[in-house]
Design a protein around this ligand. Sequence first.
Ligand code: SF4
Length: 324
Amino acid sequence: MAKTRDFRTKGHDSNPQLTPAQQATLDLIRLPNDDRLTHPSTLSSQIEAELEQATADLVDRLDEPLWISKRQLHAVNSCEALHEAQADEPFVWRIPMTRGQIFHKCIELSVHLWPKRSATDLVDEAIASIIGHGDGLAEFLTSLSEVELAEIRSEVTALIQTFFDTFPPLRSGWHPTTELPRKVLLHRGKIVLQGRFDLTVGRPEELTAGRVVIELKTGRSVPHHLDDLRFYALLETLVVGVPPALIASFYVDAGRVQVEHVDEDLLRAATLRTTRGIERLVELRLGETQALKRPSGACKWCPVAESCAPGQAWLGEAKANGAW
Ligand code: SF4
């Protein structure tokens, strides 16, 4: 056991030569000590009070706790009717969804397993671990053909190799964590804000920010990724009492990271968006308002598009304009 620990420490803390892409990522996610902000100790209680104030009149009428994640907040900032239609549909696993799930499991294992594994071995171990859990994803994976599974393995192996080539090797001294859960109870648990951070490095020191919250993206960049991360900055502030120093999206295909510094202006904007989102979600849950229809590219695959007049109008216009 002691031997394993020695090896792990030695391996993770060695100072490997970095590729230019790894160095570029490291330069963006490592904030010098002098640039780290020290925040007031009252920050989290102020934000919590603001969030609770917005729903103080409505919350007693909720008979069940309302769980809110980045997905629900995005939904009420886009097409609410689509969100409701999706909530009514039974969840079905599809092959493209498995890619991200297996990729994230590989990253989790790569941080915590020693000795290090090759990308291929990690993918095999991740799939075996997921199947071992026996949940819906496990059932779906075991239902696939050999060829389908081989294609998934190949795609995820390529992603993992790109990650290894472009993201600096995680050192134990950086205090890396994967799948870090955060949960905030408002109104004694009537409203629960929740999130799970893909990857974090660094940590705060007293009231000085130091943690970097990183979302690993296996798809393309979309504007709401920034809002999702700002919500995570809020969760981190409310749970730990100190905001993260940086929030970042790492786009694995491109091997590039997009970083934002967290300051009080950013937290104020995130608080405002979250407050409005909570209000809206509570009103929808209580049936006090109708879900808004906001046509967009999502109308193309929306399950209720055929019966949605604004969606049909948008699709017709897009077709006439040669959008696709
Ligand atoms: S068709 Fe478009 S506007 Fe209508 S519910 Fe679906 S996403 Fe919303």
